[in-house]
Write a new protein. Sequence first.
Length: 389
Amino acid sequence: MRLAGRRTRQSFDDTAFATMAEGVDKLVRAGLTADDASQAAVDAVMQATDNQAPAVAATLRRTTPRMLRQRRRRGKRFQRVLRVYWGRPFDLYLSICVAAEEAGQRFDDRLAANAEKRQDYQFEALTGLYARACRTAMEIHHALAGGFPMAALARCRTLHEIAVIMMVLSELGETEEYADLAERFLLHDAVQNWKDAKTYQKHCADLDNEPLGLDELSELEEAQQALLARFGPEYRHDYGWASGVAGSKQPTFVNLEELAKVAHLRGHYSWASHEIHADSKGWRLNVFEQGDVLYKQTGPTHFGMAEPASWALMSLQQCMATLLFSTDDISPMEILGFKALQHLIDDAAEMFDRAEVRVEESDECVLKWPPWKRRLWVLWKSILTNPNK
C-alpha cells in the first residue's frame, strides 16, 4: 500500500457522497430539518448497500479463482527474486534445523526409557521444550522463506523464551535446593488451566458457547489449590514455578534472563515484542521507504532476513547445548555433532550477513538510477512485494 506519490482520482465514495449531498439538499427544501434529512439519506444508503452486498459478494466469489491465479504467479516471481539473494542461507538454515531435530531425537531415544523409570522430571521438561524449540525454528524458516522477516522475529522471541527456560531448569535443577524445579514447571499448567477456565466461563455466553460444568470447574480449582498448598501461594503467578530462584517471590522473565546469563539479549526481546503487540513502534516498523516512495507493508519483502535468522540459530544452539549437556551420559558422537553444528551456524550467520549487504547494495544502486528508471523499478518491486496491488 503506497502512502506517497498517489494520484487523486474520483472514486465511488466521492460519487456516492455527492449524490447524498444532493438528496439531503432536496429533502431540506421539501421541508425536513437538516438532521432528519441527513438521517433519511444515511438510512437510504445503508439500505442500498444491504441490497447490493450479496451481488458484490457473488462477483467476488466468481472472480476469486482468477484473482488467486494472478496472486500465485506474482508470488512465484517474488520467490525467484528472493532466492537469488537468500536461497543458499535459507537452505543452510533448514539443514541446521533438521540436524538439530535429529540430534534431539537420538538423545531422547537413547535415554528416555531410563528417565521414565526414575521419574526424571528434568529430562521430560527439557526434551519437551527442545521439541518445541525445533518446531519454532522451523516456523521461523517458513516465515523467512516466505519473505516475512518480522513474523520470523516474533517467533524468535518465543524461541528465546524456550532457550532461557531450558537453561534455568538445567542450571538450577542440578542443585539440591531446587531439585524439584522441573517438576514445579511441568505441574504449573494446572494453574494456567484454572486461569483459562475462569476467563472462558466469564465470556462463554457472549460467544454462544456452552459454559463449563460445576464439577469440571471444581476439579480444576482443586488441582490448583493442591499445588498452592504444596509449593506456596506465589505459585499462582505466571512464573510461580520459579518462585525464589531469582531472590524474588514473584520472578519475571527479566530475572530468568539474568539467571541464564543472556540479559544482553533484552534489546532483541523488546524489539521482537513490537511485532507481537499492536503498539506505535510496531506501526512504525511496518512503514518503510524505497526511493522517493513510502509504503505500509502489506505483504512479503526481500530484505531484513539476517537479524531474525541469526538470533534464531543462536537460540537453537543454546537449546541444543542445554539438552545434550544436561546429563553426564553424553556420548562422544553427540559432542562431535554439536561442535560440527556450531561451525554450520557460524557459516549461516556469515551467509545471511553477506546476503543482507547484497540486498542493501542493490537498493542503493537503484537509487542512483535516473528518476524514470527508478520509478519503474519501484513499481516492479511494489508488484512483487504487494501481490494484491
